[in-house]
Write a protein that binds this ligand. Structure first.
Ligand code: SF4
Length: 302
C-alpha cells in the first residue's frame, strides 16, 4: 500500500489519481481543467502509467480538435487520439490531429454497422465511439487488466456522479471510475473562472462541444447552433435519411431506429430553426450552459 493510499480520503490530493490510470479527455473545458490539475499534481509530468485519451467521433467541431492538440503541446502531454474503425485491430484506429476524421466518418460507420441511429434510449454512440475505444486501448495497447478510468464529472453533476459510482459496484470491465473533480468539489463556475486566466481556451461555448449537434443537447441549444450554421444539421439529416426505411426485426415500422430525437427529425429541427426566431429559445440556450441542464447522461463529458 502506498503512503497516499493510507491517507484519509479527505487529506488526499484528488488529482494524484491512483495508478495505473487512463484519463478520458473529451476536448472540453472541464476535462481540460482536470487534465492540467493532474499534470500539476504530478509535478508537471505525468507518470508513465497514466495514459490520456481523446476518442474522436468525427463530428466534433474543429475548435475541439485544435483545443485537444494545443492542450497536449502546451502541457507536454502525449494525448492518444482514437477512432472507431470496424476493420482495425480491436475496432480501434490510432490517429492524430492531422489524420483525425472530420466528416463524421467513425460515427457514420457505426450507424452503417448497426442499421439504426442512436437516440436517448439507446446511446450506442457514446459506448461504441468513446467508452469501448478507450477500454480497448487500455486492454490491448497498454496491456492492462485493471485500471482507473479518470472521468471529468464535476460536483455539480451529482446525478451522473452517483450513477457512475453506482456502476462501479457492479463493474465487469477492468475499469474503475475515478472522479477527481467531484471529489475536489469543483463546480462549473470554478472551471470557467480558471479558463479565463489561461493563455488559450476552447474558443466555443461549452454547449457547442462534443458532437456538434448531439441529440442530448437541449432543443433550444440545437436551434441556436443550427441558426449559427445551418449546414451543421445536414450530416445529421443525412444519417436519418440513410435509415429512414429501417424496420424492427418483426417488420414493424420503428421510429426510434430512424431518429436521433424522437420528438422530431433533424430536417424538421432545421426547418424550425430557420423558420422563426424565438426569444425564449435563445434565452434558454444562452443561460443553459450550467450544471445538469447542459450535461449528457452518458459517457461523453464536457
Ligand atoms: S456527444 Fe452525443 S452524439 Fe456524440 S457520442 Fe456522445 S452522446 Fe453520442
Amino acid at each position: 500500500m502506498t503512503a497516499t493510499a493510507r491517507l484519509p480520503r479527505t487529506l488526499r490530493n484528488p488529482y494524484r489519481v491512483p495508478l495505473p490510470a487512463v484519463i478520458s479527455f473529451s476536448g472540453g473545458r472541464t476535462s481540460g481543467f482536470m487534465l492540467k490539475k493532474i499534470v500539476d499534481a504530478y509535478g508537471g509530468r505525468l507518470p508513465d502509467s497514466v495514459a490520456v485519451i481523446f476518442a474522436n467521433t468525427g463530428i466534433e467541431r474543429e475548435e475541439t480538435l485544435q483545443f485537444v492538440d494545443v492542450c497536449g503541446r502546451e502541457w507536454g502531454v502525449d494525448i492518444v487520439w482514437l477512432e472507431y474503425l470496424w476493420d482495425a485491430p480491436h475496432r480501434t484506429r490510432v490517429v492524430d490531429f492531422a489524420t483525425a476524421s472530420r466528416k463524421g466518418e467513425p460515427y457514420a460507420a457505426l450507424i452503417d454497422r448497426k442499421g439504426f441511429v442512436p437516440n436517448v434510449k439507446l446511446r450506442a454512440c457514446s459506448s461504441f465511439l468513446k467508452r469501448d475505444r478507450i477500454e480497448s486501448y487500455a486492454r490491448h495497447w497498454l496491456g492492462l487488466k485493471r485500471w482507473h478510468s479518470v472521468i471529468g464529472l464535476r460536483a455539480d453533476e451529482q446525478r451522473r456522479v452517483l450513477r457512475m459510482r453506482a456502476m462501479n459496484c457492479g463493474s465487469r470491465t477492468g475499469a474503475r471510475a475515478v472522479l477527481p473533480l467531484a471529489d475536489a468539489g469543483v463546480r462549473e463556475a470554478d472551471v470557467l473562472d480558471w479558463w479565463k486566466r489561461q493563455p488559450f481556451d476552447l474558443g466555443i461555448p461549452s454547449y457547442a462541444g462534443n458532437c456538434d449537434l448531439c441529440y442530448l443537447k437541449g432543443r433550444a441549444k440545437l436551434i441556436r447552433l443550427i441558426r449559427a450554421d445551418p449546414s451543421r444539421a445536414d450530416w445529421w439529416i443525412e444519417q436519418e435519411a440513410r435509415v429512414a426505411n429501417r424496420t424492427a426485426p418483426d417488420g414493424r415500422a420503428c421510429e426510434s431506429m430512424r431518429r436521433f430525437r424522437l420528438a422530431e427529425t433533424y430536417a424538421e429541427l432545421k426547418a424550425a430553426a430557420l423558420a422563426h426566431r424565438d426569444l425564449f429559445d435563445d434565452a434558454a440556450a444562452s443561460s443553459g450552459e450550467s450544471a445538469e441542464s447542459a450535461s449528457f447522461d452518458c459517457h461523453c463529458t464536457d
